[in-house]
Design a protein around this ligand. Structure first.
Ligand SMILES: Nc1ncnc2c1ncn2[C@@H]1O[C@H](COP(=O)(O)OP(=O)(O)OP(=O)(O)O)[C@@H](O)[C@H]1O
Length: 239
């Protein structure tokens, strides 16, 4: 079974069609998802992570039925949002990182040891007791990433993780992400971010417009974006 197996996903919260018949079945290690504002990228990420259930079709990541088996999902897939404040629940760094590990069922002593291990890996042992609200946005994003990595998911979903970060911070975080063993699914409206990837999926109006090799998909995507941008007709804007 492929690592990512999402077939014919339809998602219509409160009857509003957001995703229709979206399929991504892949073992590629670096996957990009591109699309305009409102094309359904974040919704697709939430379905892939099992945070919401598809209305039709099913998602398996590393064999786990992510929407049904939440405990297995934590070890299979992690999601890094655009805004760290949408993710952070706890006042201190160590509590935030410990939470997911505890949810996975690890004993308290093991949780404490793994929190120290992941902080040490990033030379941030001194952050353990730090108040998260006193960290910068880039630092809070790193706390979110460490929280995910501590759970060692096989797939990490990145939903525009660089928005709001300055160039050096974004470059640093980008290097950390690219160096990861885990499979990355990187959601972005910026084709430059995923040009070197193995597979790209283009969403348009909640459906797959095209998917395949980045050079093919991104060329078509960019041509379409320039065409739309050049048009005067604002009625063509999504939403
Ligand atoms: N729970 C919901 N109920 C109703 N409509 C929704 C819901 N979730 C998403 N939508 C709608 O689905 C569409 C896709 O939203 P989504 O956030 O997935 O797009 P996106 O591609 O991530 O956009 P952006 O790049 O602007 O973040 C939008 O029109 C949004 O308003």
């Amino acid at each position: 079974m492929p690592l990512i197996d999402a077939q014919n996903i339809t998602y219509a919260p409160n009857g509003v069609p957001v995703l229709s018949d979206v399929t991504l079945v892949s073992d590629a290690r670096r996957i990009g998802v591109v699309g305009r504002n409102g094309s359904g990228k974040t919704s697709f990420a939430r379905v892939l992570a099992g945070l919401v259930a598809a209305d039709k079709g099913q998602v398996r990541i590393a064999g786990a039925r992510v929407a049904k088996d939440r405990k297995a999902a934590l070890g299979a897939v992690g999601i890094l949002f655009q805004n760290p404040d949408h993710q952070i629940i706890f006042p201190t760094v160590e509590e935030e990182i410990a939470f997911g590990l505890a949810q996975m069922g690890h004993a308290p002593a093991e949780v404490a040891q793994q929190v120290q291990a992941i902080l040490g890996q990033f030379n941030k042992g001194h952050w353990a007791r730090a108040a998260i609200h006193q960290l910068s946005q880039g630092q809070r994003q790193l706390v979110c990433l460490m929280s995910i990595l501590a759970m060692r998911p096989q797939v990490i979903l990145l939903d525009e993780p660089f928005a709001g970060l300055d160039i050096p911070t974004a470059m640093h975080l980008s290097r950390v992400l690219e160096g990861l063993e885990a499979t990355l699914v990187h959601i972005t409206h910026d084709p430059g971010m995923v040009r070197s990837y193995d597979h790209v999926l283009w969403l348009e109006g909640g459906a797959v417009m095209q998917q395949g090799r980045p050079q093919d998909v991104l060329q078509a995507f960019e041509a379409r974006m320039v065409e739309l941008g050049a048009a005067d007709d604002l009625s063509d804007l999504a939403g």
